[in-house]
Design a protein around this ligand. Structure first.
Ligand code: 2P0
Length: 356
C-alpha cells in the first residue's frame, strides 16, 4: 500500500517545552530507554527550553543531516546524543532523512544552574518533529500525536517523555492506571485542585555540571543489590501517590515525596561504586524545611533530582509564607543565593510553524 506523503521544500517549527520534577523517581532502565519502574512528575512552567527546527528538503541521506546551535553557538559536543536520537526516530519516521535540519535551542534558566535540561530539550525537539511528520502525512496520519511525540522524547532522554503533558504525567506501565505504558507517558488529570497549581522553588545549592551523567547513574541500577526492593517500593509509592493526588491529601503527599527523594539518593549511596550528590547545604536545607514544617505547620516539603539542588514543593496558598522563609533561612546555602520560583505548568507551547 502506498501512502501519500507531501514534500515540503522548507519549514520552520518552534516549540517551548518545560522541564519536569519527578515525585516518584525514574531510576534504572532496561533495553532502549524502558524504565525499571513507573514514575510520575509535575510539569513545570518557568524552567523551559525553546527549540526551533528548520527543515530543508535535500537528497536522502543514510542518517539525518543536522546542525545544532545552543544559544546561537554551534555545539558539536551534543552531536553524538542527537545522532543516536535521530537514528532511533527515523525507524518510525524514515522520511526525515530527506531533510537537512538546523536546530536552534535555548533555555529560560541560566547555563550551569544545575537544572537538568535534557527533559525540556528533548521534548521540545520531539514536538517539532511530531508536527513536521503530521504535516507530511496530513491526509493519512494514523497516530495519536502526543503518544508518538512522548515516545520519541523518551528515546532522547527518559524523563523527557513526561514533559510533553501539562500538570502531571505518568510514565511506565502500572496496574494502577489504565493506558499507562513503558513506551510513552500519559497525562494524569484526575487530581485534586490543590495539586493543579502546586509551587516549586528550586534552591540552587550547586550550579555546576552534574558529577555523574544520568546515563551512568541509571546503569548503576544494573545488578544493584537492592534493585528489586527499590522497584517494588517505587511501585508501592506510585500506587499510594495516585490515590493521594486524587484525594488532595497534602500530609500523605509529603511523606511519599520525601521518601522517594531520599530513596533515590540512598540507591546512589549503595551503588558500586557508591556516590553522593548531596552537599552540606542540601542537608541543612532539608533539616530546616522539616523543622519549619513542624514548628509552623506549613505544608512544604522537599524533593531532589540526581544532584545537590533542592526542589521545595508547597501549595500555592502558602506562597508568601514559604518565599519569606526561603529568603530568610535558606538562601545562605544556595550558590550566589540563587533560586528559581516555578510552579506546575500547562505543558509545551508551539511558538511558530511556517511551511514553504
Ligand atoms: C526522574 N531522573 O525521574 C529521575 C530522578 C533523575 C532523578 O530521569 O539517560 O536524564 O536521558 O534517560 O531522564 C534523569 O535521567 O536519563 C532522571 P536518560 P534522564 O526525573
Amino acid at each position: 500500500m502506498s501512502e501519500t506523503i507531501l514534500t515540503v521544500k522548507k519549514a520552520t517549527i518552534e516549540y517551548q517545552s518545560p522541564s519536569n520534577i519527578a515525585l516518584v523517581k525514574y531510576w534504572g532502565k532496561k533495553g532502549v530507554q524502558i524504565p525499571m519502574n513507573p514514575s510520575i512528575s509535575f510539569t513545570l512552567s518557568n524552567c523551559a527550553t525553546t527549540t526551533s527546527v528548520e527543515f530543508e528538503h535535500s537528497t536522502e541521506e543514510e542518517e539525518v543531516a543536522f546542525e545544532f546551535l545552543f544559544e546561537g553557538e554551534p555545539k558539536p559536543s551534543f552531536h553524538p546524543k542527537l545522532a543516536k536520537f535521530f537514528s532511533l526516530v527515523t525507524q518510525d519516521f524514515p522520511e526525515l532523512k530527506q531533510y537537512r535540519l538546523t536546530i536552534n535551542s535555548s533555555n529560560s534558566f541560566p547555563h550551569s544552574s544545575g537544572i537538568a535540561s535534557s527533559a525540556s530539550a528533548m521534548s521540545a525537539l520531539a514536538l517539532c518533529l511530531g508536527d513536521f511528520e503530521k504535516k507530511l502525512k496530513e491526509d493519512n496520519y494514523p497516530y495519536n500525536i502526543q503518544e508518538r511525540v512522548s515516545h520519541w522524547a523518551r528515546l532522547g532522554s527518559g524523563s523527557a517523555c513526561r514533559s510533553v503533558f501539562p500538570g502531571l504525567a505518568l510514565w511506565g506501565k502500572t496496574p494502577e492506571v489504565e493506558g499507562s505504558s513503558d513506551e510513552f507517558a500519559i497525562e494524569v488529570d484526575d487530581v485534586a485542585p490543590v495539586f493543579k497549581d502546586y509551587c516549586d522553588i528550586v534552591l540552587l545549592v550547586d550550579k555546576g555540571k552534574k558529577k555523574i551523567s544520568s546515563t551512568v547513574g541509571h546503569q548503576l541500577m544494573d545488578g544493584h543489590p537492592y534493585a528489586n526492593a527499590r522497584i517494588n517500593h517505587a511501585n508501592e509509592n506510585l500506587g499510594r501517590l495516585m490515590k493521594i493526588l486524587q484525594k488532595g491529601d497534602v500530609d500523605d503527599f509529603i511523606e511519599v515525596v520525601e521518601n522517594e527523594a531520599l530513596t533515590l539518593h540512598a540507591m546512589m549511596l549503595a551503588s558500586n561504586p557508591g556516590f553522593f550528590l548531596i552537599h552540606d547545604g542540601t542537608l541543612k536545607i532539608i533539616e530546616k524545611i522539616r523543622y519549619f514544617r513542624e514548628q509552623e505547620g506549613v505544608k512544604l516539603c522537599f524533593t531532589l533530582d540526581a544532584g545537590a539542588n533542592v526542589h521545595l514543593l508547597y501549595p500555592k496558598e502558602d506562597h508568601d509564607t514559604v518565599t519569606a522563609f526561603v529568603i530568610e533561612n535558606l538562601l545562605e546555602y544556595c550558590e550566589n543565593e540563587a533560586y528559581i520560583c516555578d510552579s506546575v505548568g500547562r505543558g509545551p507551547k508551539r511558538l511558530n510553524e511556517i511551511y514553504e
